[in-house]
Design a protein. Structure first.
Length: 107
């Protein structure tokens, strides 16, 4: 019985992980753009967008980072506050908080 419960928990976790982290198209207004180098000296661009969220029936707006790495850095260089970001992104958790990684720009 205990093994069945453990398998059920593992299956539920895998299902939730698959559904929660599917690639998606994101179109949002850019709030800020920051460029910096990672620990290996590679350029990274952090774009902040605002997302409407609801927690226990309370609606609020949260700033969410959208990260550009490697070849995507050059493709987002023209973005600035007030621009519209339109991209295919992968949702992820970083240090327990939601963020996105840009996979491709949408024309």
């Amino acid at each position: 019985m205990r093994k069945l419960v453990i398998l059920g928990i593992i299956a539920a976790f895998l299902l939730c992980s698959t559904l929660a982290f599917a690639d998606q198209i994101l179109k949002a207004k850019v709030e800020s753009v920051t460029t910096f180098n990672d620990k290996n000296g590679n350029p990274v661009v952090r774009i902040i967008i605002n997302e409407a969220r609801t927690l226990q029936g309370i609606e609020y707006v949260a700033g969410t980072p959208v990260m550009a790495f490697r070849e995507m850095v050059d493709k987002v260089k023209g973005l600035k506050a007030g621009s519209t970001l339109h991209a295919i992104v992968a949702e992820r958790l970083f240090q327990g908080r939601k963020s996105y990684t840009i996979l491709a720009m949408v024309p």
